[in-house]
Design a protein around this ligand. Structure first.
Ligand code: HEC
Length: 142
């Protein structure tokens, strides 16, 4: 290879790298600008919430007391899939407040629930886990 062809090759490599970088930045901008899921279609949110609940995302600890299927574990955390609520009305707002604050004085369990179950969650993660929890009892009879 002559010195010139080496120069041409490296110039091409730089041009390619710069092109890739521009593409990269552009696609990130598009991803950020994407509108959120239309209201009522919160499947993605619920799926993310399930990930948090079962500990696959954000180190969520809910499953350690409420069970992987959220049906509760005796002495630890109550069933969250039925329509019986010990501390409120089962609304999304109620679930969010409860998860954020924890439950210092449980009614049946032997141990309290720490805020966020022990690992702090962002507002978006709280939103997701609340969507998941409320979805569980949506079809329950009582
Ligand atoms: C260390 C155990 C523990 C962890 C971890 C935990 N909880 Fe709880 N949870 C409890 C206890 C205890 C109660 C209250 C039970 C009682 O009053 O007898 C409770 C109650 C609740 C309630 C209210 C239930 C009702 O009937 O009113 C919700 C909702 C809830 N937890 C959601 C979650 C979510 C979501 C997570 C994860 C972010 C989580 N919990 C993590 C122990 C836990």
């Amino acid at each position: 290879m002559t010195r010139n062809s080496v120069l041409v090759h490296s110039a091409r490599a730089i041009a390619l790298a710069a092109g890739a970088l521009v593409l990269c930045v552009a696609s990130t901008a598009v991803a950020q600008g994407q509108p959120s899921a239309p209201q009522g279609d919160n499947k993605a949110l619920i799926a993310q919430g399930e990930g948090i609940f079962t500990g696959k995302v954000a180190g969520g600890l809910c499953w350690t007391c409420h069970g992987l299927n959220a049906k509760g574990m005796k002495g630890l955390g109550p069933d969250l899939t039925d329509k019986t609520w010990l501390h409120g009305d089962g609304s999304t707002d109620f679930v969010k407040k409860t998860v954020k604050a924890g439950i210092a004085a449980p009614k049946k369990s032997a141990t309290p629930m720490p805020p966020f179950g022990g690992i702090p969650l962002s507002d978006a993660q709280l939103e997701a886990v609340a969507a998941y929890v409320t979805s569980l009892s949506a079809g329950a009879k009582k």
